[in-house]
Design a protein around this ligand. Sequence first.
Ligand code: NAP
Length: 326
Amino acid sequence: MPDKSSEAIGIIGSGPIGQGLATLWAQAGYMVQLGARSPESARRVSVPPSVRVVSFEEAARHKVVVLAVKHSAAQDVVDRLAPLLKRAMVFDVMNAAGMREGQIVSALPEGRTEGQWMAEMLPDSVVVRAFSHIQEELLVSRAGKNLGVWAVGYATDALEERPRIESLLEATGYVPVFVGTLAESSLLDPGGSVFPHLFTAGDLQHLAAVHRLPRMLERFNAGDMSEVLHDKVQWSFPYGPTLGVQETFIGKEAVVDHLRRVRDSGVRISDIRTELETPHGAVVHAEGVFPTAQGPIASEIVSVVTMKGGLIGEVREYWDTAAIKG
Ligand SMILES: NC(=O)c1ccc[n+]([C@@H]2O[C@H](COP(=O)([O-])OP(=O)(O)OC[C@H]3O[C@@H](n4cnc5c(N)ncnc54)[C@H](OP(=O)(O)O)[C@@H]3O)[C@@H](O)[C@H]2O)c1
């Protein structure tokens, strides 16, 4: 665990987020050094008196460092400070945000998360993605209110460091919610289902589970979905009867058995992606390959999935029956 009295937190970037995090950790009793780009920038800072305002370089010389500069400057700043950040725990709060058709999207290349991008630049550091989804106006004001209610989502590949990470995050007044590895953290990035909102810990946990749905559903191909299904799961195939398939299966055992039989008949799914993620569920699209008398046919599958307790609770699965009949 980090020792508040001897371990300082260095924050690189003295904008509203850097100042907000410096305030929260200082209020929790941590020694904080806030890195400002220039003496002029340092003069604009408003933080508790215990926070020392230093240079970016000085702030980077700590075991725990936060990167909070404008994203367009991130690569230059990180390249310059990388030798100092070796072996440090680095919290990346930065967002590469763009706009497309009135919607916020990630400006990183498709399929790449901010956390992965940072971990590639800092292979010898423990990279943690956090605070990206909490807006500056709320960061400090919400932290102390309704303690134990508002959550900060975080992601890391260093699973063994989770207790230390959580103790640092808890000190800010937010409830830490682990959403997955850096590769799984797109929900925290611009365009993700969590961005840029505050959630209760329960809702954030549910959103993280919904975000894992594609990986849960991939288990179909391995022939056993029991670990990801709720005991009282209900799985319906509204068009099933037209293909001679029972319409609804109720309960884990019945669903697992049916899905295994379907899988053993040669059906496979791929390219699973979610839409409309909410804490309650999502619409899932997948590419299905179905065996037919004329050979395998590829056809889209669309499922409306509702979660229960972080597991798959109810599914309504639709196929193109005309295509599958051949
Ligand atoms: N604002 C939000 O609600 C929010 C929420 C979550 C995450 N974030 C992310 O957190 C990071 C910090 O955001 P912010 O709102 O606090 O302020 P910001 O304006 O995005 O960044 C402020 C910091 O970046 C430095 N900076 C600007 N241009 C630079 C350059 N060319 N080279 C080096 N440093 C440069 C600034 O130095 P000077 O003061 O000298 O200009 C300042 O220290 C951003 O990446 C943002 O995407 C923001």
